[in-house]
Ligand binder design. Structure first.
Ligand code: GLP
Length: 245
């Protein structure tokens, strides 16, 4: 696992956007695993600017998203399909037919099986982008005494519901279940890039980069087993966890 420490969060987002741009330039028909949450938003903004400036062409790119809430349709403004459309896909020259976000409505088990198939369709992701939950969760793989390798339905923890309540009108509106890629799906990607910023992420990032322990109580620690995992944090977060490059 490699750790990159940048000057600030904006610089972290620039580094990651450049990684994605360079990958797409070297492999125009690449496959990207994408993430939601607040953290990747500026990365997507930078990719939109690069696309508009003619620096990167997404016309042959395929994408698969990590997860989706159960019980809200893709038209709902808090669904991850809506998030991806409005924060990225609607503004770049990607073919929407080549983008996949699990369906959060209907038969959840069948939708998880569909996600599982998409993870490997046409080969695994060349790059999987990740954020991290305050409790170390990756996608919606929650801290627990066990983790699941394949796509499945996850019951969200109180910590995750509280953290994501800021996006909804009231806490009761936050879905309690989600469809998520499993940890095996995520680690199958050729390269995994995790971005984190902010004091809320200190305990999770400490567990990820400050020792060699792998624990299901901090799902992000599974990244320690990946040959090509990159963690991008800013100086402020590095200092807060006591990391020295
Ligand atoms: C959600 C998503 C995760 C994301 C996490 C952190 O729970 N399922 O993929 O990493 O939120 O989000 P944020 O970047 O807003 O802190």
């Amino acid at each position: 696992m490699k750790v990159i420490v940048t000057e600030n969060y904006d610089a972290s987002c620039a580094v990651v956007a450049e990684m994605i741009r360079d990958l797409v330039k070297s492999k125009p028909a690449c496959k990207l695993g994408l993430a939601t949450g607040g953290t990747p938003v500026p990365i997507y903004k930078k990719l939109i600017e690069m696309n508009k400036a003619g620096e990167v062409d997404f016309s042959q790119v395929h994408t698969v998203n990590l997860d989706e809430y159960c019980g809200i349709p893709g038209t709902h403004d808090q669904s991850y399909r809506y998030f991806m459309d409005t924060n990225l896909f609607d503004h770049i020259n990607i073919d929407k037919a080549n983008t996949f976000v699990a369906n959060g409505m209907g038969d959840f088990e069948a939708n998880a099986a569909e996600l599982e198939a998409k993870v490997r369709e046409g080969g695994v992701a060349d790059l999987q982008l990740l954020g991290i939950g305050n409790n170390g969760h990756i996608a919606f793989n929650e801290a627990s005494d066990h983790l699941i390798s394949v796509a499945h339905i996850e019951t969200l923890t109180e910590s995750t519901i509280n953290a994501n309540a800021r996006f909804f009108e009231k806490k009761e509106d936050v879905p309690t279940k989600a469809i998520t890629m499993g940890m095996g799906d995520i680690l199958a990607a050729k390269c995994v890039v995790l971005v984190a910023t902010g004091t809320a992420k200190v305990p999770a990032i400490k567990g990820l980069i400050m020792d060699n322990v792998i624990t299901t109580q901090n799902p992000s620690t599974m990244l320690k087993m990946h040959e090509n995992a990159i963690v991008v944090i800013d100086k402020e977060l590095a200092d807060a966890v006591g990391y020295k490059a």
